[in-house]
Write a protein that binds this ligand. Structure first.
Ligand SMILES: Cc1cc2nc3c(=O)[nH]c(=O)nc-3n(C[C@H](O)[C@H](O)[C@H](O)COP(=O)(O)OP(=O)(O)OC[C@H]3O[C@@H](n4cnc5c(N)ncnc54)[C@H](O)[C@@H]3O)c2cc1C
Length: 607
């Protein structure tokens, strides 16, 4: 086989075996496809007439992007600038601005940059036109849906953006069968969602209006496509599994401009890859169909904050809550967070499904009694609150507004009443990240003989920074069908044996380099990053591998292929090479990105 044919064959045949486990993966020197992207000012940058042709092709929906932050750099003292920094605490404002992202940056990692042009797509045809234009003109292409990437993967300077925000139609089905799957799969209840919808809109259609359950994310303003492409965990994932594992079918525009249906019967390799293989790497997903489930009778939550009077008492408190989790909460009813904070503080914000008020109270009584028996050691700073509610209105904004402090409304004049977000997500609106690390914790640590090592590590971590167990982001303890479905995705199989994802993070308020008075606080950020590093080091020394959830992980993760996808990475890369042989779709730490410079403009390795 000559060299050219060998390279072409590389587009469909993995060049490394599935069992290959060494990282970083060696990259052969030969390059294929365009070796660099074009920037404004380059002679190859499309002429005005070319852009106008694209504008015609997308029905006038090409936008010349102006970031509101650029105006702020010009006039930092202006009233407009002051208003902007206030408005950026509203996730709906951020999501509706083509030039902004939910996270404005990450100190020493990335800064949100507006694209030069954006196609505000409404149809699949708009997406095709934009993909073809970017490929033909060698442009840096980015895709943005909900804009919630912590890693900054939905923005890039000097790029063309495909913005799916306005593609948000939702159709609920009683009996869905994937294209080409007729006769092979039973029809099942499902919902088809256009790629730019956010989860709050889907819950409104599926749960509030249709009385069904759909597995999405916890945050109401996260994008549907971005979450599913990452894997996707919601508060009740311990019962219903990963959002990606519920995917039945997707419509996707690949780098060649073709529209493909991906499901278990058609393009099953692409179907597998978009289930947790990472956003912005395989094409532009335009539509997704996910299964729906019967709704349980009740959802609910348990909140309390406890402060221990001494280090010794805090160790006992950590030991008790870990043992209690293993005895009473390690099952499909329970999800969300147990946080351990400096100052010997324990914060519990757990949710449940399928239990009523009395059952939830009975479950927690032994733990609350244990606390009450030692008032000299433990003071209850807030709660305990145990609240069960009928499941159907759980995401109904009018119902949520009755609970003080639970949700915040979009405060823009004329905003739809359904535009609400959890108050607990307020800190993240417009944030600048200081640090963010995560790791999956194997369920083996819940065995009695091993609990003490976890307790020691958690205690030691809190000497540096807060760490939080997201118990709904590990699938150990979930029903067998939820685990089997997750096994059919690209995500690192470490999630199957993990009882929780441990996260340690810190952020600052909205800030932007170059805006006096609103510069990110780099000194504080670096101190926080160091503290997070130390805290997570205490936990990592226990762990057999570095598995982490790609959507909620460290920008600086060195062994990202192994961490996010484990043994699945070689297969993922092979799918990438089949459908995007020239790497039109490249994002930070996405499949194939090791072949590109950090800014995605220059090829540094071949296949
Ligand atoms: C406040 C907050 C809360 C969060 N809560 C959760 C949670 O509860 N559970 C959880 O699992 N994760 C959560 N995340 C992480 C979130 O799921 C991921 O960041 C997700 O990728 C965001 O999707 P998006 O569409 O909103 O973001 P975007 O930034 O628009 O997209 C994320 C990535 O997907 C790509 N992408 C987006 N749309 C498409 C498309 N149509 N086709 C191809 N690629 C596309 C983008 O290019 C980008 O690489 C949260 C993040 C934030 C900021």
């Amino acid at each position: 086989m000559n060299r050219r044919r060998l390279l072409q064959a590389g587009a469909v045949i993995p060049l490394v075996p599935d069992s290959w486990r060494g990282w970083p993966r060696p990259v052969p020197a030969a390059a294929v496809g365009p070796s660099s992207r074009v920037r404004p000012g380059d002679s190859e940058w499309p002429a005005a007439a070319d852009w106008e042709r694209l504008n015609q092709d997308v029905g006038g929906r090409l936008i010349k992007v102006e970031s509101p932050l650029a105006a702020c750099i010009e006039a930092p003292e202006s009233a407009t600038c002051t208003q902007l920094f206030g408005a950026m605490k509203n996730p709906y404002y951020l999501g509706d601005d083509v030039g902004l992202t939910q996270t404005l940056g990450w100190v020493d990692a990335w800064t949100s940059r507006a694209s030069v042009y954006a196609v505000a797509a409404r149809t699949t045809e708009d997406v095709i036109a934009a993909v073809n234009f970017a490929r033909e003109h060698h442009l840096r292409l980015v895709v943005k849906g909900g804009g919630h990437s912590y890693q900054g993967t939905s923005n890039a300077a000097d790029s063309l953006l495909i913005w799916t925000r306005r593609m948000n139609a939702i159709t609920v089905h009683d009996a869905f069968v994937g294209t080409g799957c007729e006769g092979q799969f039973e029809p099942q209840p499902a919902v088809t969602v256009e790629a730019g919808a956010i989860w709050g809109q889907v819950y409104d259609a599926v749960t509030t209006k249709a009385g069904r359950y759909v597995q999405g994310g916890g945050c109401l303003t996260v994008g549907v496509a971005g979450l599913i492409l990452s894997g996707g965990f919601g508060s009740f994932s311990k019962a219903y599994g990963m959002a990606a594992a519920s995917l039945l079918e997707a419509e996707i525009v690949t780098a060649d401009g073709a529209v493909r249906i991906a499901n278990a019967c058609t393009h099953p390799d692409l179907f597998w890859a978009i289930k947790g293989g990472g956003g912005g790497s395989f094409g532009v997903v335009t539509k997704l169909t996910v299964r729906t489930h019967d709704l349980p009778d009740f959802f609910g939550a348990v909140f309390t904050t406890v402060e221990a009077a001494s280090d010794d008492a805090y160790r006992r408190l950590i030991g008790r809550i870990i043992a209690f989790y293993g005895e009473a909460l390690f099952n499909p009813h329970w999800g969300e967070q147990i946080a351990f904070r400096p100052g010997n503080v324990l914060d519990i914000a757990m949710v449940f499904q399928g239990l009523d008020q009395q059952q939830a109270e009975t479950t927690w009584r032994p733990f609350f009694d244990w606390l009450a028996a030692s008032p000299q050691d433990f003071s209850i700073e807030s709660g305990p609150t145990v609240l069960a509610a009928p499941a159907q209105p759980f995401w109904d904004p009018q119902f949520l507004a009755q609970v003080p402090g639970l949700v915040v409304a979009d405060d823009r004049p004329g905003a739809p009443e359904t535009n609400v977000f959890w108050a607990s997500n307020l800190e993240e609106a417009g944030q600048v990240l200081h640090g963010y690390q995560s790791a999956w914790l194997p369920a083996a640590f819940l065995q009695q003989a091993r609990q003490h090592s976890l307790v020691d590590a958690l205690f030691a971590a809190t000497r540096h920074w807060s760490v939080s167990l997201h118990t709904n982001k590990g699938l150990a303890g979930a029903p067998a069908d939820a685990i089997d479905a997750a096994r059919q995705t690209a995500i690192n199989p470490a999630v199957l044996d993990a009882f929780a994802l441990i996260i340690s993070a810190a952020e600052g308020p909205p800030a932007y380099p170059g805006v006096p008075g609103h510069e990110p606080d780099r000194t504080t950020a670096r101190n926080h990053a160091e503290a997070i590093d130390k805290a997570m080091h205490e936990v990592r020394t226990l762990l057999p591998s570095s598995g982490a959830y790609l959507a909620e992980s460290d920008f600086f993760e060195a062994a990202w292929q192994e961490a996010f996808w484990g043994p699945n990475y070689a297969k993922l890369l092979a799918v990438k090479d089949t459908y995007d042989p020239d790497d039109l779709f490249i994002v930070h730490h996405g499949a194939g990105s090791e072949r590109w410079s950090a800014d995605g403009f220059t090829r540094v390795g071949g296949r």
